[in-house]
Design a protein around this ligand. Sequence first.
Ligand SMILES: [Zn+2]
Length: 341
Amino acid sequence: MKRCAECSLPMVLGRDQQWHGNGLITTSKDEKFRMVVLEVELVRSILAGMRGMLGDYTDNLVMHGKRKYVRRYVDGLLSGPLGLLVRSRLGTRKVYENLVSTGATLGYGYIEIMDYERKKGITGLVKNCYAEPLFAGDVSGAFESVERVLTNCSWETEGDASTFIVTTEEREDEMKERMEYEPPKELPSTRTLERCSGCGVPTGMARYKWIEKQGIILDSITNTRVCIMGLNDLNAIFHEVENAVGDEINTVVYKVSKEFAMDIYKGVKKEELDNVFDLWALHGLGNVVEHSEKHLKMDNPYNPDLIRGRVEGLYSALMGKDIIADQKLNEGVIEFTMGGA
Ligand SMILES: [Zn+2]
């Protein structure tokens, strides 16, 4: 992994992603493709909450939703002459090696390719996998983009290692018309980000340590593991589950997020709030533009239910009692008025 000489973050981080002053991270190739830094424990808790509602069907839904978006993401990476080259007989192995290193950069785990047969399938071993159904979508979506086939993926986990087996499958793509999601309107930048002169990534990101041998990203201050993932795919998965079971899913997302926030912000002090909101913007969660004891306004919120949970959890931790907020969502702005429970 090539590192920046100034801040020692991986060079690909600033090459593949752009941080904006409006609380957004986007991919460098496509400014509509929003990325987000999320705590791995939160992601896993949300999936567990969904599984509690939908049973094993959840994994299938999550995997296929992620597959569709990853296929589109890799299609973008491999557009034009580069695509012709990597899809040739000579290029494919190399492209998987590159994708493996992209996966490690995003904190998905330590990945090894065990077996590969052109247009037939791929088997990978992942240590410290961030979330198995999501990774199954990552690997099958990437394989589909490179090989121009449709796939299925199964996996087995033993201890901290998971084996993923992707096989080609002749079928109609059930996700072709599904999982569509239009991101809301985007509000402009109000923040000036101090950036590293070497790689251009905001200096605030230097708190994260990339531990290459384990494929994980750790917050060196709180010791929390994070990963970087596409926002639209996660939102599309939430929408798809909403279509299947109704808006109960939003309650699950909100509740899990609130509980998680109450825990991580335990003992937070008023004078630390600006730092918290700086970090939210850096994570691509959105841009807090106003806040007081009773009120908070955020531009470009990442999924509203998740943000509501995080805001209520933070304020509950701050006030030392359960806070329930009134929420107003309008044209890319979310506003909360705090009340007691
Ligand atoms: Zn740097």
